[in-house]
Ligand binder design. Structure first.
Ligand SMILES: Cc1cc2nc3c(=O)[nH]c(=O)nc-3n(C[C@H](O)[C@H](O)[C@H](O)COP(=O)(O)OP(=O)(O)OC[C@H]3O[C@@H](n4cnc5c(N)ncnc54)[C@H](O)[C@@H]3O)c2cc1C
Length: 263
């Protein structure tokens, strides 16, 4: 079977910086990592490949530095890796990102199963997976907590809803976004670590893809970040309530709470 995994290079949130003038994330190699939730998507694909045979292709759209997340995927066991990179892809919102990823996937041929992480660490809209599936006209299930391949041409997926589990069977080809509890991502192997420095990272530019230039990058993005503001932590104040009796203390407490609109 042919598996494809979409992974995103994200800013390590412990070192995240936002350009106050443009509202954009300051992405540079030093503070970028593979989106942690995408490791679960990659593990799911690798485990299925180990079970039924086939290949795992990994795709990312990002700047040239995103190469190192693909190398990490190779060290975990990915067979081949693709980087969709072009200035024209820059500034994409979720719609333009999904459009570009879907075009890249079409270019790479047909896949039986496509995996995405549940959401990214830095924009976390969780929109990309379902949007890519819609653009490729395939079914999708989000937040898989269990995946099994029991019947040829179909995949069984369990997902957790707020108060119940749902088990769905999807006809392949299909897309799955994976929950964190699905599996424990494997560590890179020694062989994988040796392979990652020599692997060929295939680049895809807008010229390689059959894309409408008005639907990619900033031009193709109907949404804009107008402003980014740091969250101001609520001001803390200590209030000491003293009363001669318990009833008096309770009255004083209630009055104080009414003043600060707690009750
Ligand atoms: C209004 C708006 C404006 C934006 N403007 C900009 C901007 O100007 N510049 C900018 O750099 N970013 C911008 N972004 C962020 C950019 O849109 C997102 O990084 C991108 O669309 C992915 O969305 P997400 O991070 O929410 O992914 P999610 O939907 O949360 O990710 C789910 C999964 O999709 C896959 N995935 C997501 N992104 C990629 C990718 N690039 N390659 C491969 N797989 C992927 C991964 O498997 C991931 O786990 C903007 C976002 C919004 C909402």
């Amino acid at each position: 079977m042919r598996f494809l995994v979409c992974v995103k290079q994200v800013v390590d949130t412990s070192k995240m910086e936002v350009d106050p003038n443009t509202g954009r994330l300051n992405r540079n190699n030093a503070n970028s990592i593979i989106n942690p939730l995408d490791l679960h998507a990659l593990e799911a694909a690798l485990a299925l490949r180990d079970q039924v045979g086939g290949t795992v292709t990994v795709l990312t759209m990002g700047p040239p530095q995103a190469e190192h997340v693909l190398q990490y995927a190779v060290s975990m066991g990915a067979d081949d890796v693709y980087l969709a990179t072009d200035r024209a892809f820059g500034g994409a919102d979720t719609l333009a990102t999904s459009y570009t990823l879907a075009a890249a996937i079409r270019k790479l041929g047909s896949f039986d199963l496509i995996f995405c992480g549940q959401e990214s660490l830095d924009s976390n809209t969780a929109q990309i997976g379902p949007e890519v599936a819609a653009m490729l006209s395939m079914p999708d299930v989000s937040g898989a907590v269990d995946i099994s391949y029991e019947r040829e041409g179909y995949i069984t997926v369990r997902r957790q809803l707020s108060d119940e589990d749902e088990v769905l069977e999807m006809k392949l080809p299909a897309l799955i976004t994976t929950a964190e509890s699905l599996n424990r991502p494997r560590y890179p192997s020694v062989l994988g670590i040796m392979k990652k420095d020599h692997v060929e990272i295939h680049k895809l530019t807008s010229a390689d893809l059959d894309v409408d230039p008005s639907r990619i990058g900033l031009t193709g993005s109907p949404t804009r970040v107008k402003q980014v503001r740091p969250v101001v932590p609520p001001k803390k104040e200590n209030l000491r309530i003293e009363g001669k009796t318990t009833d008096e203390a309770v009255d004083l407490l209630c009055t104080a709470m009414q003043k600060i609109h707690v009750i």
